[in-house]
Design a protein around this ligand. Structure first.
Ligand code: PHE
Length: 354
C-alpha cells in the first residue's frame, strides 16, 4: 500500500500537463486502475483482513484523488500565469512619436475653423462639388449675362450631344451650399460649409482646386454688427492673437447687400508676417448681408428673416497661420512637404482661449 502511494504521489507531482495527469489518474484510480484491481482482491480475503485492507484502500483512493485535484489546480494557475506573462502590455507607455502619416494642413485648419464656429452655435453643412448652374449662379442672384460668371473662370461639364440644358459646373465657391442649407432647414439658421471649389487659375496663390468655408447666420434681427463680432472672435481664436484689428471695406457681391471685404491688420517687418500689428492690411474674406433675392431663392421670406454670410479661403488662412509660402505645394503630395507642414494624428485643433 505504501509503495502504491509513493509511486502515484510521485507521478502526480511529476505530471507536466493536464493530459499526463489524466493518464496517471486512469492508471491509479480509474475503473481498471491499480487501486480498483486491489479492491477486487478483497473478495478473496478473510473478513478480518477485509476490515483492515478495505478502509485503507478507500483512504488511499481519496488521497490520490485529492492529490490529483491539487495538482490540476496548480497546472491551471501556471498556465494562466504563463498566458498573462505573454500578453502583458504597458498601457502607460507614451504613443509612438515617429509618424507614418500626417494630417494635411487643409484638414487641420478645417477642423480648427469648425471647432471655433461650433462654439458660436454653427453646425456644418455640405453640398455637391458638381453643381447645377442654378445653385452655383442663378439662386445667388448671378443671372446668365452677369459678368461675375465670366470672372469666376468656371469649369463647365460637358452635356451629351443634343442635350441643350445648361451644363453642370464644378462649383466655383461654397455659396451654393447656402441655398441648399436654407432649403434643408429653413430659418433660423446658423451653418458653416467647408469644402472644395474649382476655378481655372494657376500661380503661386491660385490652384484649379482649392478650399473655402462659407458661413451663414439667418434670424429675425441679425445685423452687420453680429457679422463683425463673429469674424473678430473667429480671427482672435484662429490666429491666436488677442489684439486683432479687422477693416471692413465696401465691396460688391451679387448675393450680398451691403457687401464688405474684410482685411486683417498685419506687418511684414523683417520679411515675416505678423498679424495684429503694423500698418499693412491683408484681405482674408468676402462678406455681407444676404441679398433678399437669395433668401427667397432658398425658400425663406425676406420680409421676416435677414442675416449675414461670408466666404473665406481655407488654404489661404492656412498659409497665413502656418507660414506656408506656396499654395501649389499643398496639392503636390510631396512627402517631405507633408512631413514638414503636416500635423500629428493626436494633435488637437489649436484653439486660442483668450
Ligand atoms: N462666394 C464669394 C467668393 O467666392 C465669397 C462670399 C461669400 C462673399 C459669402 C460674400 C458672402 O468670392
Amino acid at each position: 500500500m505504501d509503495d502504491l502511494r509513493d509511486k502515484y504521489l510521485t507521478r502526480i507531482a511529476d505530471a507536466g500537463d493536464e493530459a499526463a495527469l489524466e493518464a496517471v489518474r486512469l492508471e491509479a484510480v480509474g475503473k481498471k486502475g491499480e487501486v480498483a484491481l486491489k479492491m477486487r482482491e478483497l473478495g478473496r480475503m478473510t473478513p478480518e483482513e477485509r476490515q483492515q485492507v478495505g478502509p485503507a484502500l478507500n483512504a488511499l483512493k481519496d488521497e490520490i484523488n485529492s492529490a490529483i485535484a491539487a495538482r490540476k489546480a496548480g497546472l491551471e494557475d501556471a498556465a494562466l500565469d504563463e498566458r498573462l506573462r505573454g500578453e502583458w502590455l504597458d498601457v502607460t507607455l507614451p504613443a509612438r512619436t515617429r509618424r507614418r502619416g500626417s494630417i494635411h494642413p487643409v484638414s487641420q485648419v478645417t477642423e480648427e475653423v469648425t471647432a471655433i464656429f461650433a462654439d458660436m452655435g454653427f453646425s456644418v453643412a455640405e453640398g455637391p462639388q458638381i453643381e447645377t448652374d442654378w445653385y452655383n449662379f442663378d439662386a445667388l442672384n448671378i443671372p446668365g449675362h452677369h459678368p461675375a460668371r465670366a470672372e469666376m473662370d468656371t469649369f463647365y461639364m460637358a452635356r451629351a450631344e443634343g442635350d441643350d440644358r445648361p451644363p453642370h459646373v464644378l462649383r466655383t465657391h461654397t455659396s451654393p451650399v447656402q441655398i441648399r442649407a436654407m432649403e434643408a432647414t429653413g430659418a433660423p439658421l446658423r451653418v458653416i460649409c467647408p469644402g472644395r471649389v474649382y476655378r481655372a487659375d494657376y500661380d503661386q496663390t491660385h490652384t484649379p482646386m482649392f478650399h473655402q468655408v462659407e458661413g451663414m447666420a439667418i434670424d429675425r434681427d441679425i445685423s452687420m454688427a453680429n457679422l463683425k463680432w463673429c469674424l473678430e472672435e473667429f480671427c482672435r481664436a484662429f490666429f491666436e492673437v488677442d489684439d486683432i484689428a479687422l477693416r471692413f471695406r465696401a465691396s460688391h457681391f451679387p448675393f450680398t447687400e451691403p457687401s464688405a471685404e474684410v482685411d486683417i491688420r498685419c506687418s511684414w517687418e523683417g520679411g515675416t508676417l505678423k498679424l495684429g500689428e503694423g500698418d499693412d492690411w491683408l484681405e482674408i474674406l468676402g462678406s455681407g448681408m444676404v441679398h433678399p433675392k437669395v433668401l427667397a431663392a432658398g425658400g425663406i421670406d425676406p420680409d421676416v428673416w435677414q442675416g449675414f454670410a461670408f466666404g473665406m479661403g481655407i488654404d489661404r488662412i492656412a498659409m497665413l497661420k502656418y507660414g506656408i509660402p506656396d499654395l501649389r505645394a499643398f496639392f503636390d503630395s510631396d512627402l517631405r512637404w507633408l512631413r514638414h507642414y503636416g500635423f500629428g494624428a493626436l494633435q488637437a485643433p489649436t484653439r486660442h482661449a483668450g
